[in-house]
Each structure stands twice: as structure tokens, then as C-alpha cells.
Design a protein around this ligand. Structure first.
Ligand SMILES: *Cc1c(COP(=O)(O)O)cnc(C)c1O
Length: 223
């Protein structure tokens, strides 16, 4: 199936998920192109997905070079502080803000405010990056005086499972946290967005309130 055909299916699934829970469809699809060629990434753009996600600095730079500002660029992987300078002025969104030292490096290097998601390890799996839920609000409070960090929302990666209840618990906890941060009305932390949902769980994530979903294999993966 072409990217175009897969996109139609994904859009329909999102519409249906929104309808099931009575929410408006304000869901943005990020095409995660980390496994695929520049050509394949261009197919996604041609099909109308203008949000692209990469998880490594070299991958991001390669795709950015070829596609440029036509797309909105999302960095979705662990970002080492020493790599910040390579990517920071090319990306629009960072989905993996998870420590103060990274925020400090961004503050030093960025020439414009970066829209950041604070990554939360809701599931508590040891292999996953992100802050534990209880550390999220103290962390965001430490960012109050940062001028290059705008906390637009929270991000999580759910466990890789088809246990629907477990996935829902994870997404609900992230949403509750997001609402608590939003209620603090911090100037640089509007925190209105939820980046959650991947190829195998995006319909559930949308039912639970995702506003950005990050889709790799189901959209651009070759099979
Ligand atoms: C790879 C990746 C995705 C996309 O995964 P798929 O299962 O291929 O949709 C989403 N988010 C992050 C953080 C990733 O690393």
C-alpha cells in the first residue's frame, strides 16, 4: 500500500476514535521517518503529512537538508546535550525534554523559543526514558525563567503491549498530569498538548485525548 492509502486508513481510524468519545478531531499526525529513506519521507509530505519526526541528529539533518522548511520538524528521541547545537535551530518541536541539563543547553544554544514536550515515563518501565510522574511539576517549575523553552505539552511512550486497559491507564495518567500543569498557568508552560500514540496504539491514545500522534511503521514503514 502507498503512503497515501495508508494515510487514508489512519485518518479514518482517527475520525472514528474521535467520534466514539465525542471529541473534535484536532489530532496532528507526525510521520516518524527514522527507519526510512528521504524518498519515503517525501512521499509522506506529498500525501499531505507536513509534520515529520526523527530520533537522531544525523537522520534529522539529512532529511532536513533534502526537504527543508516545507515540513514542520519534530525531534522525538533522546537528545544528548552535546548534539543540541546541531539540531536546535532546525526543529520546531522537541518531544523528549527530560532533564535540566538539556533545558540549560537549549537555553544557551537556541535562537528562538522551542516548543517542548516534557517526556514522562508513566509506565515506569526501566528501559524507557522520561521523568517519573511525581517529578514532572517540580521540573517544569524549574523552567520558569527559561526564555527558549515553551512547554507545550507532555509526551509518553506506552509499553509495547496489546493490553488495552494498561494502555488506557498510561494515557489517562498523562492527560491528568497535563491538566494539572495547565492549571498552574505558567507563562512558558501552556501545556495544552498530549504527544501519545504510535502505530499499534494510536486509536486508544486518540480516545484518551492525544493531540499529536507519532506514526512510523503503519504510515511509512515498508512491508
Ligand atoms: C519510533 C518511534 C515512534 C514510531 O513508532 P511506530 O511504532 O513505528 O509507529 C514514535 N515515537 C517514538 C519516540 C519513536 O522512537
Amino acid at each position: 500500500m502507498s503512503v497515501h492509502e495508508r494515510l487514508a486508513i489512519i485518518r479514518r481510524n482517527i475520525d472514528e476514535a474521535c467520534r466514539r468519545v465525542g471529541r473534535g478531531n484536532n489530532v496532528r499526525i507526525i510521520a516518524v521517518t527514522k527507519y526510512v529513506s528521504i524518498e519515503r519521507a517525501k512521499e509522506a509530505v506529498a500525501a499531505g503529512v507536513l509534520d515529520l519526526g526523527e530520533n537522531r541528529d544525523d537522520g534529522l539533518l539529512q532529511k532536513y537538508e533534502a526537504i527543508g522548511k516545507e515540513a514542520t520538524w519534530h525531534f522525538i528521541g533522546t537528545l544528548q546535550s552535546r548534539k543540541v547545537k546541531n539540531v536546535i535551530d532546525r526543529i520546531d518541536y522537541l518531544h523528549s525534554l527530560d532533564r535540566l541539563s538539556l533545558a540549560q543547553e537549549i537555553e544557551k544554544r537556541a535562537t528562538k523559543p522551542i516548543k517542548c514536550f516534557v517526556q514522562v515515563n508513566v509506565s515506569g518501565e526501566e528501559t524507557k526514558h522520561g521523568l517519573s510522574s511525581k517529578d514532572v511539576i517540580p521540573f517544569i517549575e524549574q523552567l520558569r525563567n527559561f526564555t527558549k523553552i515553551e512547554v507545550v505539552g507532555l509526551m509518553t511512550m506506552a509499553p509495547y503491549t496489546d493490553d488495552e486497559q494498561l494502555l488506557r491507564r498510561c494515557f489517562r495518567e498523562l492527560k491528568q498530569l497535563q491538566q494539572r500543569v495547565q492549571a498552574l498557568h505558567m507563562a512558558n508552560a501552556p501545556c495544552t498538548e498530549l504527544s501519545m500514540g504510535m502505530s499499534n496504539d494510536y486509536a486508544i491514545a486518540v480516545e484518551e485525548g492525544a493531540t499529536f500522534i507519532r506514526i512510523g511503521s503503519a504510515l511509512v514503514g515498508e512491508e
